[in-house]
Design a protein around this ligand. Structure first.
Ligand code: COA
Length: 705
């Protein structure tokens, strides 16, 4: 993290702001002994259900119910306290009233326990933040990893460990699921079972006072039992920490709560466009996290992401229906997925898999009467050919075919091939087809009942591949020169909250943003002097009282000669004196007219992620279409290039009405504005006009607080 990003975070003390080393979570998941404090003989108690889940889930380690009144519970020896257990305990699950959590935690410290799950509610979610901080402090002091409070628990099928009070049976798979909502985690445990989706882990993070998404992603990055991480997220606690998480395996996030913070009154244009959802989008893109829009999408993607990554772009479609073949082709083309194309080879290889009226072109149509062995042969040919990098198999239910048999033959071939390339299936039909889909999913072959989902699944595999292979960004944002700090400090001393336009432009210039020729004149004489060699230019009034200059006639464009300057200067000053007699006129700014493509560059501040930079095209693109994108500070050239690309209208920059933008200088501006991040609240360069010679900050606005 560069100086800029570090200084620009929240207002915590340096010690609190420091990111502690990652706690080792190995025995949270791979615990060999678990104690449940609050285990009860009463089946209506949560502690009883957790104990039962652990036992009936087949946990093979030691289980210690902790209850001061009972000798045995569910045939397990019970102990009055964790300190009475004669052996070492890896993990303690606390399910007692909130008042007793702290004393129990202290007993865990005494016992040397390093992993604790606090099921108990009644902490920060109901306003008891101090009590929550106290347990967090103990956890940090004694290097305990603490999940919760207010959690459903942790389920880790590879260790047959279910410490939750949710459903008992979970299918073992390769997807780790992190949920900020316990209720939803319960619901999804049932749903994944029904849909035959296997899980490697389920963590209900609760209030995440200690262990949150960042620690879990880091752990699962190295966990051989996990291929993909899915997260249901309501919000991030510490954006800066999140941005430092390494993404080594695919992470799919379903982030809810898309409300626009931008609706608040913001002093700058950038501020009003920087809704929290836009910032989350930026953070996810920057990190390489995939954002899904629904649960089915998130888990659909996760299943696909468990497949091997495609080693190139050529995809083949095998189908028994012309219609779905064509539709899938259309969707592939729209998604940018390239279809394998070698007609002679396709004819030679696939002809034997179909009747004479079948079609060997890609999509390969083995026809509506294709039985399981036709699917088997066609799948084998596709899997054996090195030039084919991904396989989509489609099926429409017909009365003469058996979907389950077909599913079995496809799965059999896939296994035989060593499952080296992605194979995805879409089967459309009724009850019998549903059974076939479940079978395939159970066999870890992503299978969907719609074409869009299967194409989307392949698309996301390519997206992940792109994330994995993309160039690393190396932010190196230097602090601004002292002169910038002097201007800012002087303005603050004078009680200014918004800098005057020429002060803002000067600051940006000093940070490395190019400006057009410009000058500040206190009177007409000075203006006439400065204007030499600058015609044509725009003239703008300088007055701390005038924020909206155009509204009071404080802006004139295209001043072409001395005559014009004298006339328009006097008209402007007289008019303003008339309409705003109280305004103190400090002079005028003269800014050379620049032609080019109008862009907007801005800096704003997000409560979770800190400073963020915005880029967009100016005029109607920003005003009406709000076609802007963001990146979290700090970022370097690579990410700045991607930021420009994120804007839908970015092609305009490559040439529009004979004008081409200068991308390197836009990138330079995106880097330069970051130098101000620790010192200002918001900044707008609007417009930044870009042409073949460079990009020029024509107007600028800096808000100090
Ligand atoms: N050590 C060991 N056992 C203790 C104890 C202690 N310090 N203090 C109490 N116990 C025993 C109790 O005697 C009781 O046993 P019993 O049934 O034999 O009498 C058992 O532990 C449970 O304690 P109890 O006071 O009855 O609590 P409870 O089970 O009714 O509720 C919680 C405890 C944690 C479940 C409850 O406070 C809570 O927070 N519920 C919400 C949980 C939740 O929704 N989490 C979020 C999910 S998303």
């Amino acid at each position: 993290m560069s100086e800029v990003g570090a200084a620009a975070g929240s207002k915590k003390t340096p010690e609190k702001d420091a990111i502690l080393p990652q706690k080792d979570l190995t025995h949270l998941f791979k615990a060999k002994s678990v104690a449940i404090v609050g285990a009860s003989a009463n089946p209506d108690k949560i502690g009883h259900q957790i104990l039962r889940n652990l036992i009936e889930g087949g946990f093979e380690g030691d289980i210690y119910p902790i209850n001061p009144k009972e000798k045995t519970i569910l045939e397990k020896d019970a102990y009055p306290s964790v300190t009475d257990v004669p052996n070492f305990i890896d993990l303690v699950v606390i399910s007692v009233n909130a008042n007793f959590v702290m004393p129990v935690l202290k007993e865990c410290v005494e016992k040397g326990v390093k992993h604790v799950i606090v099921i108990t509610s009644g902490f920060s979610e109901v306003g008891n933040a101090r009590e929550e901080q106290e347990i967090k402090d103990i956890a940090d002091q004694f290097n305990i990893s603490l999940v919760g409070p207010n959690t459903l628990g942790v389920v880790y099928p590879p260790n047959k460990m279910n410490t939750s009070f949710g459903p008992r049976d979970v299918i073992l798979g390769k997807i780790a699921f992190i949920s900020q909502s316990g209720a939803l985690a319960i619901a999804l445990m049932g749903w994944t079972k029904m849909e035959k989706i296997g899980l490697a882990a389920l963590v209900s993070v609760g209030n995440k006072c200690d262990i949150g998404e960042e620690e879990l992603i880091s752990y699962f990055n190295e966990d051989e039992n996990v291929d993909v991480i899915t997260i249901y997220m309501e919000g991030i606690k510490d954006g800066r920490k999140f941005m430092q998480t390494a993404i080594k395996k695919p992470v799919v996030v379903l982030k809810v709560g898309r409300s626009q913070r931008g609706a608040r009154a913001a002093a700058s244009h950038t501020g009003s466009l920087a809704g929290s959802d836009q910032i989350y989008n930026a953070a996810f893109k920057q990190l390489g996290v995939l954002r899904a829009q629904s649960f089915t999408e998130a888990f659909g993607w996760a299943r696909c992401l468990s497949l091997p990554a495609p080693d190139g772009n050529d995809t083949i479609i095998i189908t028994n229906g012309g219609g779905i073949g064509v539709r899938t082709t259309d969707e592939c083309v729209a998604a940018g997925i390239k279809l394998f194309d070698d007609p002679d080879w396709l004819e030679e290889k696939f002809r034997e898999t179909m009747p004479s009226f079948g079609c060997t072109k890609n999509p390969v149509d083995i026809t509506g009467q294709a039985p399981a062995d036709a699917y088997q042969k066609a799948t084998r040919i596709a899997l054996e050919e090195d030039r084919i990098k991904a396989v989509l198999v489609l099926y429409c239910e017909t009365v003469i075919t058996n979907p389950l048999k077909i599913a079995r033959s496809i799965a059999g071939e896939y296994k035989k091939s060593g499952s080296k390339k992605p194979l995805l299936v879409a089967m459309v039909g009724g009850e019998r087809t549903r059974e076939a889909l479940h079978y395939l999913n159970h066999e870890n072959i992503p299978a969907f009942d719609s074409i869009s989902e299967v194409v989307d699944g392949l698309k996301v595999l390519y997206k992940w591949q792109e994330y994995k292979e993309r160039k690393l960004d190396k932010p190196d944002i230097k602090p601004p020169p002292q002169e910038v700090l002097d201007i800012i400090n002087n303005a603050k001393k004078e009680g200014k909250k918004i800098l005057l336009e020429h002060e803002a432009r000067k600051i940006l210039e000093l940070c490395g943003v190019t400006t057009p020729k410009w000058g500040y004149a206190r009177n007409l004489e000075e203006a006439l002097e400065i204007a030499k060699g600058m015609y044509p230019f725009a003239m703008k009034i300088v007055s701390p009282e005038i924020v909206h200059k155009t509204d009071v006639g404080g802006v004139v464009l295209n001043v072409r000669n001395e005559e014009g300057l004298k006339l328009r200067y006097n008209t402007m000053i007289n008019h303003i004196k008339e309409v705003m007699p109280a305004a103190k006129i400090e002079g005028v700014n003269l800014i050379q007219m620049v032609k080019g493509i109008e862009c907007i560059v801005g800096l704003s501040r997000d409560p979770q992620f800190g400073p963020a930079v915005m880029f967009g095209l100016g005029g109607v693109f920003v005003e009406v279409m709000k076609d802007v994108a963001f990146r979290i500070v700090p970022f370097g050239k690579v990410e700045a290039t991607r930021l420009i690309h994120d804007v839908k209208g970015n092609k305009i920059l490559d040439g529009f009405r004979g004008i081409v933008a200068n991308k390197p200088s836009i990138i330079q501006s995106l880097l330069a504005i970051q130098r101000l991040a620790p010192y200002v609240q918001e900044c707008d360069i609007n417009p930044l006009i870009s042409n073949e010679f460079g990009s020029f900050a024509v107007d600028a606005r800096i808000i100090l607080e």
